[in-house]
Design a protein around this ligand. Structure first.
Ligand SMILES: C[S@@+](CC[C@H](N)C(=O)[O-])C[C@H]1O[C@@H](n2cnc3c(N)ncnc32)[C@H](O)[C@@H]1O
Length: 283
């Protein structure tokens, strides 16, 4: 996740110009999402380094599930001429946006990415080194049976030494109704709205809104109707469908207790009110 930025008091006019650039009417929700939610540079680093550590070779092929605007797929192929990526999403509009704004501008590199309007619950003919499902998108599977079916399809779509990387969030803060605001460097405000939580089945209803220096906010730019799975539930589901290993990677803290962006395998950790982790399934 991007870090919070405080506007510099020394350059107030530049800050004002930047802030007035954005409005609900003029701004595209995908641009706002990419700037405030995604950190594909860090993601790419985690994917390539983890694969190298586990398999002792470079990963070349990526299946980006729930790819949305396919920003991760674009980052993946940009980093190495030998890499290819495939993105799956069900939404025609978001795929078209991603193709035009993230893939086509890659020029020659764009030939190494293909975006497909496809359900992630499908087995690919081509086998991938890495399959990634980021920003908790698999939380849409609320029933265990659905989660298992999806994981089974991913397993069958991986190369013999392929890995599956998912992210996950949780903690007591994830289980309450709250609204969190974060100033985004480019000049608008991101609002994470946990609108409902059901303690019986661990389902949540979350929205993302965007606020601007002037004019109305962009309400419910995105809505997520999810089940909050726990790390152990995900690990057990991965093992049940046949992954040889499933490991939780927890974020290391520095000496001051600050986030480092570095994730390491972990079995026992200190409890935290809010956390974000990766889970890696190895075929
Ligand atoms: C939270 S967005 C993820 C965007 C991006 N991958 C990211 O990391 O931020 C979830 C995306 O999943 C897509 N989606 C939902 N169910 C799907 C399914 N069964 N198969 C493929 N895509 C799906 C939605 O259309 C949406 O674009």
């Amino acid at each position: 996740m991007p870090t919070t930025t405080v506007f510099s008091p020394w350059n107030e006019s530049a800050n004002m110009a930047r802030k007035s650039y954005w409005s609900a009417k003029k701004s595209n929700r995908h641009v706002l999402y990419q700037l405030s939610v995604q950190n594909v540079e860090q993601e790419e680093e985690f994917l390539s380094e983890t694969f190298m550590k586990l398999r002792g070779r470079q990963a070349l092929t990526l299946r980006e599930d729930f790819c949305g605007t396919a920003l991760s797929a674009a980052e993946w192929v940009k980093k190495d001429k030998k890499r290819t990526a495939v993105g799956y999403d069900l939404d025609t509009e978001v795929l078209a946006y991603g193709q035009e704004h993230n893939i086509d501008p890659l020029g020659e590199d764009a030939k190494r990415v293909s975006l497909e309007e496809k359900n992630v619950v499908s087995v690919s003919r081509k086998k991938f080194d890495i399959c990634a499902a980021m920003n908790f998108s698999y939380f849409i599977f609320k029933k265990r049976k659905e989660l298992l079916k999806y994981f089974e399809c991913v397993l069958k779509s991986l190369a013999d030494d392929g890995i599956f990387v998912l992210d996950i969030y949780g903690g007591s803060e994830a289980q309450v109704v709250l609204e969190e605001r974060r100033a985004i460097e480019e000049g608008f405000t991101y609002v994470w709205d946990q609108a409902a939580y059901n303690p019986i089945d661990n389902t949540v209803l979350n929205h993302i809104h965007f606020e601007f220096a002037k004019g109305p906010k962009m309400s419910r730019a995105f809505t997520y109707d999810w089940r909050l799975w726990t790390p152990q539930e995900v690990v057990e589901a991965l093992e049940e469908v046949g992954f040889k290993d499933a490991t939780v990677y927890w974020e290391l803290e520095d000496d001051d207790g600050e986030e480092t962006g570095v994730y390491e395998p972990a079995k026992v950790v200190e409890n935290q009110e809010g956390w974000l982790a990766y889970i890696v399934g190895s075929k």
